[in-house]
Write a protein that binds this ligand. Structure first.
Ligand SMILES: Cc1ncc(COP(=O)(O)O)c(C=O)c1O
Length: 341
């Protein structure tokens, strides 16, 4: 490790952090399910982070809750879609940390709660329904109201994707790099579901700060993210903010690789590619995926492999970012034709 890397590591360790998950998560080789010579494929099991049935948000929340506690907050506020994995993880993180939790969710109160929303309430979170707003747009108003009631709330942005949350994925990049050091040297490509941008930006920041030659490829899961190139811009901005927490040096950022081939009918709409991906991962690999993020990302990975984007000599790491409890919300729409009861 170079002197500057050691400095950056010390800096990373100096940010307030609340231990919420089990790290490192396993890096596991997958059997090849494709004919012919293909790259080695591994899965990074962030579905096993251990907080509320796992997921990538545990990593962000360790730093976000650390910062909330530093500021003396007694309440966490965040928001997202009704079945948001981020909201579930935040509810669990709040419970573990002795904080209250208020969630700004899309839609209206359903007749009965299922999947992630059901678990939100088990963790004691208060649910607020905000109609068409699915990215936590009402959070600031909720924060003002809670402040008037004498609370000290800490607002976590949509997806936990600000510089504080992104630190979780700077640490994750280092974790992966250490695991790869124990494997034969190859070109490494990470494939992840990407949306609010903290996961991809954190990994990119780790890449530039610690000089790790890992190529990161984000599979878009939300059509809206691709309007006016906004996802790319968000990732660039957040990566810069993250490196700026460590050094005033302006790095040339690596290329931001985004794939928009599996956006389907829009956010959270399950189609044939997600059904195929969930079925293939479950029946051939014994791996559960979720329909909104990792299922779509796995479908994207399958397309990239088909397009021979990676060389057979390379290693591809599919980052399983969690989301599995949502399976219990989507029910029979996940089954391939002819496989239901
Ligand atoms: C399961 C899962 N995977 C991936 C992502 C995308 O991560 P990010 O929002 O950091 O881009 C999310 C975001 O909510 C998620 O819930």
């Amino acid at each position: 490790m170079t002197e500057s890397s050691r400095d950056f590591l010390r800096k990373l360790q100096s940010f307030p952090r609340k231990a919420l998950g089990f790290f490192p998560t396993p890096l596991v080789a997958l059997p090849s399910w494709l004919p012919g010579k293909t790259p080695e494929i591994y899965v990074k099991r962030d579905d096993l982070t251990g907080l509320a049935l796992g997921g990538n948000k545990t990593r962000k929340l360790e730093f976000l809750v650390g910062e909330a506690q530093r500021l003396g907050a007694d309440t966490l506020i965040t928001g997202g879609a009704l079945q948001s994995n981020h909201c579930l993880q935040t509810a669990a993180a709040a419970a573990r940390s002795g904080l209250s939790c208020h969630l700004a969710l899309s839609g209206s109160q359903p007749p009965s709660l299922t999947g992630n929303a059901l678990l939100d309430t088990l963790f004691g979170a208060s649910l607020h329904y905000h109609g068409a707003l699915r990215k936590g747009e009402g959070m600031e108003k909720m924060s003002q109201e809670l402040t008037l009631q004498g609370k000290n709330p800490y607002v976590i942005p949509y997806g936990g994707s600000n510089a504080v949350g992104g630190l979780g994925f700077v640490a994750a990049g280092l974790e992966l790099w250490e695991q790869l050091a124990g494997l034969p040297k190859k070109r490494n490509h990470v494939v992840i579901a990407t949306s609010s941008s903290g996961t991809q930006a954190g990994l990119l920041a780790a890449q530039v700060l610690f000089d790790m030659p890992i190529e990161v490829r984000g599979i878009g899961i939300d059509k809206e993210d691709f309007q006016n190139d906004q996802l790319k811009q968000r990732i660039t901005k957040l990566t810069r903010e993250l490196t700026g927490l460590f050094t005033s040096r302006e790095y040339d950022l690596p290329q931001i690789n985004l794939y928009d081939g599996v956006l389907g009918e829009g956010y959270g709409v399950v189609g044939e590619p997600e059904r195929n991906a969930l079925s293939l991962a479950a029946t051939r690999l014994g791996l559960l995926l979720d329909p909104v993020y990792t299922g779509r990302a796995f479908a994207g990975l399958a397309e990239l492999l088909e397009q021979e984007v990676f060389s057979p000599e390379d290693r591809v790491i599919f980052w399983h970012t969690g989301g599995v409890p949502a399976v219990f919300h989507y029910g029979p729409s996940l089954l391939l034709a002819g496989t239901g009861p």
